[in-house]
Write a protein that binds this ligand. Sequence first.
Ligand code: ARG
Length: 462
Amino acid sequence: MLHKDRSWEKRLSGEPDPLMIDFVESLSYDRRLYQHDIRGSIAHASMLVQQKIITPSEYEAIASGLREIGKEIEAETFVFDKKDEDIHMAIESALIAKIGTPGEKLHTGRSRNDQVATDIRLWMRAQILTLQSKILLLQKALVQMAEPHVDHLMPSYTHFQRAQPIVIAAYLLSFVEQLERDHARLGDCSARLNRSPLGSGAVAGSTLPLNRRITAQALDFQGICDNSIDAVSDRDFCAEFIFCCSLLGAHLSRLAEDWIIYASTEFSFLAIDDRFCTSSSMMPQKRNPDVLELVRGKTGTLYGSLMAMLTLLKAQPSGYNRDLQEDKIHVFAASDTVEACLTITEAVVQNTTFNTEHIAANMDRGYLDATALAEYLVRRGVPFRSAHGIVGSLVALCEQNDQRLLDLTLEQFQACSEAIEEDVYQSLGPDKVVQGYESEGAAGPRQARAQIEGWKKRLAER
Ligand code: ARG
């Protein structure tokens, strides 16, 4: 037998080499596009009948045949054959085998080049909604986690050294902000890719009277790709999508890194439930945050997909090239990876508790109130740079005697600056400092409370 179910193909003689079949196939990974492929084909056939290129009865046979094939694939009774190369050919061959001649008319005015470009856009548009819903769940989990911690203190860090006191809620809400931009970025990506390539054919369009607006509308696209060459040859939206996944991964990896550190004996800021920890094959005492380490590690995998996608696009000659088939490997890998990371991170958030008392008990270390003391001096008319110097000397003095700023006597304070008075003690200590945060968006309890209210409203409306 000649190429299976491809008796229509006359240009090549003999059987394809088995080596070649294995090498060129994408069916093993693009079969997940089947629903979108069938939807696109039905839209295309419906346009063909409206344009009187096929008859209504041919359209009916095609549409019902395709629906049946969809059910067979769904039910896993469909027999895939890698000789079909990809999901597009697999479905078309099955259709021809099922309904005969009308099936041979489906591919009129169409190429796999515009077909695959359409399928992947449809898939991505749907997948972005899934990712966005998972981002939303994670945001909600973080807001919920933040709520009981609006008055609980923790240190903030810069250069991974203790910086200023903050409330735990503010820390958690910082991730909600980052995720909000990831959500929006995916939305922007979706809006940009939401145009129909269908009708662009192999590269230059068709001499048949196709109506691209009909298929675009049937597939809920926001319009058509205006240029047929661009429509089949660019995958910039794939690179953009993987970039969105990568940056989302970067945010998740930073939370993961924090919590890996916070879960250590040295920090003991938080505890991740045993159900989300692993043990060691050798050391009996171990309780490891492997899940978070993998979130961190998989972010590297995401960046790899991004680099692969960008490299794939680089310097391809105009028009469709088979290189583009590899796009799906990287797009699917990135999407699956980041989706898994989102799901597990949400679960970890739901199953982690902050050791608020332990954190509070150690807030006296690290001179977290030093900046607030400098600002106390500013309120008393001392220029900030002088205040910085005064507090720097006071901290050095405290360090020599293993004291807190709060432990200094008024005489010791006044020996450094006459601007300091008895009321200085009201500006010292992490509790007083967070209560004293004035600026909008600061990491204090008032601001955190307002942000939580804002997020609860915003996220509930989504
Ligand atoms: N499986 C192919 C892809 O993913 C379909 C396009 C094949 N087109 C071609 N002219 N050989 O890009």
